[in-house]
Design a protein around this ligand. Structure first.
Ligand SMILES: Cc1cc2nc3c(=O)[nH]c(=O)nc-3n(C[C@H](O)[C@H](O)[C@H](O)COP(=O)(O)O)c2cc1C
Length: 183
């Protein structure tokens, strides 16, 4: 089962222009940082949970384009920006067009003080490692559901923070465009 997903896992950079069903969108957010009983779907250094997850839409059934915050403890969404920023986000990612072509993007951001207050500078490393766990979950969930994604690390941090209007203590770490693979 896991082996099948690992065999299917790959980076996808060509997406169909197709609306994403809300249940699949919800599932992708849950696999990224959702809750299971008293813990989350990924490990976290010292259970500090410094990651913040944002969803940039795109074309998701029943939701307006814009930026949403994923409230992982309640598995709910709240609107953060009521504006379509898919193209602006793509520009901040060195014009990688698949960021704009996707149905939505999952933006993994981090509140470093939450973990450096416990571990000092080493906490930054722990937060980045945690984001790696999240990324693999997103890749495998896409493989499971017939969707595509690609890890995006090449972007201008300051510009992404500005486009998404992130709080001053939150930095973007990793971006995952998600959509239906073309071809
Ligand atoms: C930390 C990290 C950053 C990456 N950044 C980008 C990126 O900015 N743009 C991109 O197209 N692919 C990016 N990738 C995806 C890699 O190019 C891709 O994983 C690699 O070519 C292997 O292909 P595969 O994922 O299909 O096995 C990144 C991957 C990682 C792990």
């Amino acid at each position: 089962m896991l082996k099948e997903l690992l065999l299917k896992r790959r980076s996808v950079r060509n997406f169909l222009k197709k609306s994403m069903p809300k249940d699949l969108f919800d599932y992708l957010l849950w696999v990224s940082y959702g809750r299971v009983d008293g813990r989350l779907v990924v490990p976290s250094g010292g259970a500090t949970y410094p990651i913040r997850v944002y969803a940039v839409l795109g074309d998701v059934e029943g939701l307006k384009p814009g930026v949403y915050r994923y409230n992982n403890m309640e598995n709910s969404l709240s609107i953060h920006l009521e504006r379509d920023v898919m193209r602006d986000l793509s520009r901040t990612c060195l014009n990688q067009r698949y960021v704009a072509d996707a149905s939505f993007n999952i933006v993994i951001a981090v509140n470093y003080p939450r973990i450096t207050s416990v571990y000092g500078e080493r906490g930054r490393r722990y937060a980045i490692l945690e984001a790696g766990h999240i990324g693999q979950n997103i890749y495998l969930a896409c493989a499971e559901k017939g969707l595509g994604t690609v890890a995006i690390g090449a972007f201008n941090d300051d510009l992404v923070a500005r486009v998404l209007m992130l709080p001053s203590d939150v930095d973007p770490l990793y971006i995952f465009p998600v959509g239906y693979p073309a071809g």
